[in-house]
Structures are given as C-alpha cells and as structure tokens.
Design a protein. Sequence first.
Length: 323
Amino acid sequence: MKKAKYFFDHKTLSYKKAGRSLSSLILKSVGFLSLSIILGFFMSLVFFRFLDSPKENLLRQENKEYKNQLAIMGKEMNQLSEEFKELSERDKDIYRSIYDAEPMSDEERLAGTGGTENYSYLKNLSDADLAISIRKKMDALQRQFAVQKKSYNELAKLANNREKFLAAVPAIQPVSNKELTRIASGFGYRIDPFYRTPKLHAGIDFTAPTGSAIYATADGVIESIERKAWGYGLHIIINHGYGYKTLYGHMSKTKVKAGQKVVRGEQIGYVGSTGKSTGAHLHYEVKKNGEHQNPAFYFFNDLTDAEYELMLKRASAPNQSFD
C-alpha cells in the first residue's frame, strides 16, 4: 500500500495530508505516455526485423511457390521443345515424303530461333536468369510453331488433293509391254549409237513396231509438241503438275494438240523413228522439278513385284541406246 505524504502548515501549526496538483498529474501522464511510445517503437523494431508479419509470411510463401512453379515450367518447356523437335523430324522425314512435298530447309524450320527480343523488363526479378531463359524458349517455340503450322497447311492442301496428286504421278509404262521384252536401253550412261562414246541416257528406250500406240503415263496437259530433224524428232512433253513432266520422243504421229488435257492411259501418239534414232522405238523421260529421274522407278501401277524386279534388271543392263 502506497504511503500518504504530509506537510506542516505554519498557519495552523499542524500537519496536513499532501494532495496531488494538476501539473504533477499531467507531468506524470506525459512521462508515462512517452515511455510507452519509446518502448513500443523498440518492440516494433525488434518484431519487424527478426519476426515476419502475417502479410510478409504470406508473401514469402507465395514467392517460394512462384520459384517452384518457375522451375517446373522450365522443365516442361524443355520437354515441350524436345517433343516439338521430334514432331518437326516426323514432318520432315515422313509426312512430307508421303505427299512427295518439297522438304523445308533447316533455316526455314529454325525460323530465327536466335531472336533479338529485349528481355530487360525481366532483369529485376529475383530469378531473372531462369525467367529470361524460359521466355526465350517460349519465343523460339512460337516462331517454330508458326513455321510448322505453315508446313501442315501445305500438307493439308496436298492431302485434300491427294487423288489429283496420285493421278499426276507417272505410274505406268508408255507402251504396251506385258512381257517386259521391249525395254531396249535403260537410264544412265550408255554407248551412243552414233558417236560410240559413253553418254548419259536420260530416259528409257522401248522398242516397238512403227505405229504402235503410245500412252500418257499420268494425268496432265500437253505442254508442247515439237518436230526436229535431229534430237528427239517428233516429240511431246506433258506437264502433270506437282513438278512432274514426261517426254515422249521419236514419234511418227501424234493424236493430241498443245494445251489439251489428257488422263493416264490415254493414247497420245504412235511409235516412230524420227530425229536421232537407229530404229523404231520410243524414248521416254521423267523429270521432277527439272531433274531427270529414272523412269523405271515409276512403273509401279501396272506391274507385280516380280515383274517390277525383272523390269529393273533389264532396264539396268549396260547396253547401247537407240538414240
């Protein structure tokens, strides 16, 4: 119990109990309040420096989860990149081959994967390197995706025109040759019958009597009919589209006109011996995108497997050409 204070009153010559003045009460209150504020400040300083507030603790957890998700996203991007690479390889080696489409170059497929985008806006993040790495991969995949989409659009068009495409591929022999006895000279270097020197024979020679029927080997349009005193003599070139053209040389007569549409198996003329020729025969060529092809590789529609093997054997014999 707090002791009471007394003072001596000289007027009454007696002791009186001392009371509290207003000023002392105010002074004490101010002192107490000041001490409380100071103590509160130091307690707050200690609390916020060494202990997390609920909000800070929540932010810290969210930041940790953000880092985890960023790392997972990086792994998923790597996996997606590998799967996309496999898809591109399938497109390059399988799908475009099925439709006989021109292969896309590696430069087209990579499509500027070393882009020059500015990633400075990510540099202030705590995991800036990881974020920038993921962003770069995403940008590269987006560019490659655009290229792959273009490729698939091309293949989709080819698929829609598959029937037309197949009809445009030279696929039968240009003369009746069921016994496979009319192949006189095949594709490759052969002895020239006039100059007696090795020379590239860019087609296949079929022997047949003058006037034997000659057939278009695929659907197309008669691109030209020419008659020359030397070379192929009277000959026809058919444009089949999709990069394919065929030539029929040394004919005696034609049954078609330039610009006329023809279908596979339709007669276009007759065997002869015009131009640079040693006897009645048909010189037949196949070109794909301007490059000579071995016609023997295209006789698959009217031959069995055994007949095809025999035909290849006879076409590869190193004999003399007829032209």
